[in-house]
Ligand binder design. Structure first.
Ligand SMILES: Cc1ncc(COP(=O)(O)O)c(C=O)c1O
Length: 369
């Protein structure tokens, strides 16, 4: 075997020492309080049944990027449906949420522009911002005063200003103050970008997301919907104006330089949207969220949340790791979130609620926390 650099093996050793070593699993406990399959579309077989009602002879590969040989009428059809569902002019499908965020943030804000982002945005948005030539400042989490302060200080210096948030924060589960943000963006003529990864399927009529629940969809420059969570499949779409779509097709590198999504993945997205319209799972999920909150003890340890994500703060990487292992012995699957993924002292258990969790499972979970 070729030798492995000492510096790298030392990093692995350090990660183990600090309880930060990551390894891949194939066996999962039965009681799922961890996956992103909020509506059971993937694990409960609902999506599979729905896909069978669609095209039976699906092409497996896509043969090239969408600008070369990988595009098809199916893309256009599904993108039109997505745009309509999310009340927007256009939609553009990307291979994943990571690709969508990377492609959007790296190509849209230009040199001379400013990006103002919530300090807790997802790594995919951060990586896109890192690739952009715009200036970037963070505002304190969900703090409109901190945002306004930055706007007032910098609005004369920059040409375009982009405000980047998540509708539901992936590591905290709380929601952005979207109505206030939309108002501020309108007042100062800024461009609002909202990542709805954990909003779709959970908030809004037919799971349309938090922006549409709050009726601020027209105030957004771009919204990102990812399909690997409540939708139970894979991929993402950026929803916005037709001009934004044309711009991304021409300048977004994670859209241009990659093989197009194959038809079976596209059909899974189509089927997931069809399911959203009729599924009883959204109501079951909402009931579970209400039940979970009604049974909440030690509320001071929890971040207040109306979403699927509920975080119990237990300081220390070792403490959360041990708690995760303890729950595993009871067949309960919950991931601990350690620093530096979250701030030191903010290490936590991240509980994800699903439509298919039973009240007995929630009771069992509480009795073991
Ligand atoms: C807020 C947020 N945005 C984007 C992503 C990336 O989406 P995907 O898993 O489709 O790449 C995730 C998921 O990890 C996320 O939580």
């Amino acid at each position: 075997m070729a030798s492995f650099p000492y510096k790298l093996s030392n990093k692995l050793f350090q990660a183990k020492e600090k309880f930060l070593f990551r390894s891949l699993k194939t066996n999962y406990p039965n009681i799922d309080f961890s996956s992103n399959d909020y509506l059971g579309f993937s694990t409960q077989g609902y999506l599979h049944q729905e896909i069978l009602t669609l095209e039976p002879s699906i092409k497996m590969g896509s043969t090239g990027s969408r600008l070369i040989s990988g595009n098809s009428g199916l893309f256009n059809e599904i993108e039109n449906e997505i745009a309509q569902f999310h009340q927007s002019e256009s939609a553009l499908i990307f291979n994943s949420g990571y690709d969508a965020n990377l492609g959007l943030l790296s190509s849209v804000p230009q040199k001379g522009d400013l990006i103002l982002s919530d300090e807790l945005i997802h790594a995919s948005l951060i990586d896109g911002i890192r690739l952009s030539h715009a200036t970037h400042y963070k505002f304190s989490h969900n703090d409109v005063v901190s945002l306004l302060d930055l706007i007032k200080r910098h609005k004369e210096t920059f040409q375009e200003i982009y405000v980047v948030v998540e509708s539901v924060y992936s590591m905290d589960g709380d929601c952005a103050p979207l109505i206030e943000l939309a108002h501020i963006c309108k007042q100062y003529n800024l461009h609002l970008i909202v990542d709805e990864a954990h909003g779709i399927g959970v908030f809004g009529e037919q799971g349309k997301g938090l922006c549409q629940q709050l009726n601020i969809q027209d105030d957004c420059f771009a919204r990102i919907y990812t399909y690997g969570k409540a939708m139970g499949c894979h991929g993402a779409a950026i929803v916005g104006s037709e001009e934004l779509k044309q711009y991304l097709i021409n300048f977004s590198r994670s859209f241009i330089y990659t093989t197009a999504m194959p038809e079976h993945s596209l059909l899974a997205i189509k089927a997931a949207y069809q399911l959203l319209i009729k599924t009883p799972e959204i109501n079951k999920l909402k009931k579970n969220i209400t039940y979970f909150n009604s049974q909440l003890k030690n509320a001071h340890h929890f971040i207040k949340s109306e979403s699927t994500i509920h975080c119990m703060i237990l300081q220390g990487n070792q403490v959360v790791q041990l708690k995760e292992e303890q729950l595993l012995k009871k067949d309960i699957f919950i991931k601990s979130i350690k620093s530096p993924t979250v701030k030191e002292g903010q290490e936590r258990l991240r509980i994800c609620l699903h439509s298919f969790n039973t009240q007995q499972q929630i009771d069992l979970l509480y009795s073991n926390l």
